[in-house]
Design a protein. Structure first.
Length: 300
């Protein structure tokens, strides 16, 4: 019988390199090579920039999502752009300049308040005596007065003639002062000019307007016709039957006579207008006794 020490000495030695497997221990699965694992392709917007790791990209996406503000519930409506043709509301418009006629109110003519007195004034009686001495035929007329418009002739007369053998057609209503001025002008100026320039006596004067209750053409002040203080002459008739009409282009011989009459009228009358002054006076001579400062005259 072998002893214990001899048994151990006779047993073969096991190799040191042989591993001894442990019982009941699961074997680990074989790891796949990194190249065999598929990597999802990044979206174009989220793709990493060159030299930027994928993990850094994911971190930046998370930060971008956290920092992005939430959109408002209702988008604000942009204000409309004002039209370019309209000036800004804050820019004041310059005040409009009023019409010249409205800048200064025209005071009423004092003659508009004239009404006849119980007895005719002495100057009116004297005027009538002078007309009779000149051979002027006239009639008294009823007073003219229009308070609404302002027309007034307290003591009008109707001229039938301008003197002996000198008629006026049709008969005309004027105040006595204007009637006297017309009669004197016909006898002292028109009659001599007809003889000198046309070789015949003046037989009659054709009038276009005398008393008319109206304002001046174009508005404003009352016309001198509204006071019987104006006479419009449209033609002259000679003793031989020849007629000379007032117009813009008369015959040469007639023009010389008409120019002489028109020039001589400036002085005895305070306003003289005729062809060339304006369209309203292209067919007649306008003569009146409008009161003017310093007794001056206006002639065109």
């Amino acid at each position: 019988m072998l002893s214990a020490g001899s048994a151990l000495a006779q047993a073969p030695e096991l190799p040191e390199t042989v591993p001894v497997p442990e019982l009941n221990q699961p074997q680990p699965a074989q790891e796949a090579a990194p190249a065999d694992v598929p990597i999802p392709e990044p979206r174009p917007a989220d793709g990493p920039k060159p030299d930027q790791p994928a993990t850094d990209k994911m971190d930046q996406q998370d930060q971008h999502k956290e920092a992005r503000p939430e959109p408002p519930a209702i988008a604000p409506t942009p204000s409309e752009k004002p039209a370019e043709a309209e000036p800004p509301a804050a820019t004041p418009k310059p005040p409009e300049k009023p019409a010249q006629a409205q800048e200064k109110e025209i005071p009423p003519d004092p003659r508009s308040a004239s009404v006849p007195q119980e007895n005719m004034p002495d100057e009116e009686l004297a005027c009538r005596r002078r007309l009779k001495s000149m051979g002027v035929d006239f009639e008294e007329r009823k007073a003219e007065h229009d308070a609404a418009v302002g027309c007034s002739i307290p003591y009008p007369i109707a001229l039938k003639t301008l003197g002996k053998s000198l008629d006026i057609h049709p008969e005309t209503e004027l105040n006595c002062q204007m009637a006297e001025a017309a009669a004197r002008f016909a006898a002292n100026t028109i009659q001599p000019a007809a003889k000198a320039e046309l070789g015949a006596n003046l037989k009659s004067v054709g009038q276009a307007s005398a008393y008319v209750c109206r304002p001046r053409h174009g508005g404003g002040k009352l016309s001198e016709h509204a006071f019987g203080n104006a006479l419009d002459i449209a033609s002259f008739t000679l003793s031989n039957g020849r007629r000379i009409d007032v117009g813009p282009v008369p015959p040469e011989k007639d023009a010389k006579f008409l120019n002489a009459v028109r020039k001589a009228a400036c002085g005895p009358f305070k306003t003289v207008l005729g062809p060339g002054s304006d369209t309203d006076h292209s067919q007649h001579l306008h003569l009146d006794l409008a009161p003017r400062r310093n007794g001056g005259a206006f002639c065109q």
